[in-house]
Design a protein. Structure first.
Length: 181
C-alpha cells in the first residue's frame, strides 16, 4: 500500500448536493482510453482526511459496494497486489424543504382575496457517496461515480441495508463503460 498513498486523492472531493434530491441521482465519468476488461481484482484504500463513518455503517456500505463490484466481475484481492485501488468517500448535507398550503381563493370565481397560505419547513439530510477507481500500475484515476439520495432517518436497519445495496448497484450500473463502436 506504500504507492497507494501517493495517489492524488483530491479527486475524491465529494460534490455537494445543489438541490433537493427527491430520488437517487447518479453521475459517473471515466477515462475513455482505458481498457476496463483488464481489471479483475481490487483492493480498498482509504481517503486521507476523508469523512469517516461509524464502523457499523462503514461495514454495511463496504458490503453493499463489494457485492456490486462482484457482479461486475471484480474480485477483492487479499494481498497488496490488485489491478484497481478503490476508495469511497461520503458526505452528508442538509437541504431546507418548504411546503406551502393554501386555503384557496377567498371569494367565488377567484375574485378578491387569495385566502390563507400556511407554510412549514423541514430540514432534510442528503447523503452522497463518491466511489473512485485507480489503475494500480499507472496510479491514475480511471473511473469515478457519485450517488446522492435523501436519507430516510426513520428507516429500519434492514431497510437501510436494502437501500445501500440498491444504491451500490445503481452507482455501478455503468461500470465497466460501454465501448463505442
Amino acid at each position: 500500500m506504500n504507492g497507494i498513498h501517493r495517489f492524488s486523492l483530491t479527486a475524491m472531493t465529494v460534490l455537494l448536493v445543489g438541490g433537493l434530491a427527491l430520488a437517487q441521482s447518479v453521475q459517473y465519468n471515466f477515462d475513455p482510453g482505458t481498457d476496463f476488461s483488464k481489471y479483475k481484482t481490487y483492493m480498498w484504500v482509504d481517503v486521507p482526511g476523508g469523512d469517516k463513518l461509524d464502523s457499523l455503517t462503514d461495514k454495511q456500505l463496504r458490503t453493499a459496494l463489494e457485492e456490486a463490484l462482484a457482479t461486475k466481475g471484480l474480485t477483492k484481492a487479499e494481498g497488496g497486489d490488485a489491478d484497481l485501488a478503490v476508495a469511497y468517500n461520503v458526505a452528508i448535507t442538509t437541504e431546507k424543504e418548504i411546503t406551502l398550503t393554501s386555503t384557496g381563493f377567498g371569494r367565488p370565481r377567484g375574485w378578491g382575496g387569495m385566502g390563507t397560505v400556511y407554510g412549514d419547513t423541514a430540514t432534510i439530510p442528503i447523503g452522497a457517496v463518491t466511489l473512485a477507481m485507480y489503475d494500480s500500475s499507472r496510479k491514475e484515476l480511471v473511473w469515478r461515480g457519485v450517488a446522492t439520495k435523501q436519507i430516510d432517518t426513520g428507516a429500519s436497519p434492514e431497510k437501510r441495508q436494502k437501500n445501500l445495496r440498491k444504491g451500490a448497484a445503481k452507482l455501478l450500473k455503468n461500470y465497466p463503460p460501454k465501448k463505442k463502436s
